[in-house]
Design a protein around this ligand. Sequence first.
Ligand SMILES: O=C(O)CCC(=O)N[C@@H](CCC(=O)O)C(=O)O
Ligand SMILES: [Zn+2]
Length: 332
Amino acid sequence: MLALGKLLELTLAGREPTEKIQLTTAGTRLHWLAEGALEVMPAAAEDCKLDLLLSAGIHGNETAPIELLDRLLQAIASGALLPRARILFLLGNPAAMRRGVRYVDQDINRLFSGRHEQSSGSEALRANELEILASSFFSKPDRQRLHYDLHTAIRGSKIEQFALYPFSPGREHSLQELVRLQAAGIEAVLLQNKPGITFSSFTYAHLGAEAFTLELGKARPFGENQEVNLDRLEACLRDLVEGLSKVADEPVLDGMQLFSVAREIIKHSAEFKLHLPDSVENFSELAEGYLLAEDVAGTRWIVEEQGARIIFPNPKVKNGLRAGILVVPATL
Ligand SMILES: O=C(O)CCC(=O)N[C@@H](CCC(=O)O)C(=O)O
Ligand SMILES: [Zn+2]
């Protein structure tokens, strides 16, 4: 296998490869661009005109998707998988990955779409670098642009694998992409209704990519991901890499659950209290009238929506950040 196939090993060791560009015998070019960033360029004769950005490790302790990208890249570097797509592999937060933590100083996934400019520190710099890498990757005209930002969640979930689909004014969510995700084992999609500050929101709204955050199970350390079943997603990614992924011209979305954001619960102060047990799972239903959270100056979050469910409840986030999302059933 080519040494550049060891992107994960090199990144975890904090080392740079001596050779930054290598070619497989089939003419696939691997190019180390920066720490945790590697571009795969198919041989010209094979190119299927898809630019595919695959990122993981934006949160350093979400290891199952990092291991998945490692398997894909190793297969490419050993010649077992012949890419027809141009691919950018990104390991988002190497410093956090090395420590096995979600982030070191601040959550990178709240620093995109320019937010890093209002901040400082290594994670702000990394968010800026990731924006530059993604912008350069998605700068070529007349090519399909697709980004999957792969995550696992802090807690268990009533719906194990789901996606968050960013929003950009005037742009419609793509039925074809939802059908592709369903084939990849994604059971539910949360349709965002305002622009966001996550990595997938950036590539969707600023770079014109179809982009998704994929939540794939519960976060566990490296080597302990036996319960996270990524077989269907892995098969879908291999098809995309090989230029074999097809969605019908008139696709039908059958059985996928769609949700929209009713409200984001923002933590404003140290007095913020979330009235949910630590064990609560994502997509747990909340009854109308339920007092969900309280904050400074008598602020109360009471559930008013029918069919409301909670995802990503987390009272430990920094002030000003999202401490949970109330979602409701939706249609396209
Ligand atoms: O489990 C949790 O509470 C958080 C899981 C997670 O990291 N989710 C992503 C979602 C990104 C998005 O909104 O597209 C995040 O919070 O960054
Ligand atoms: Zn995450």
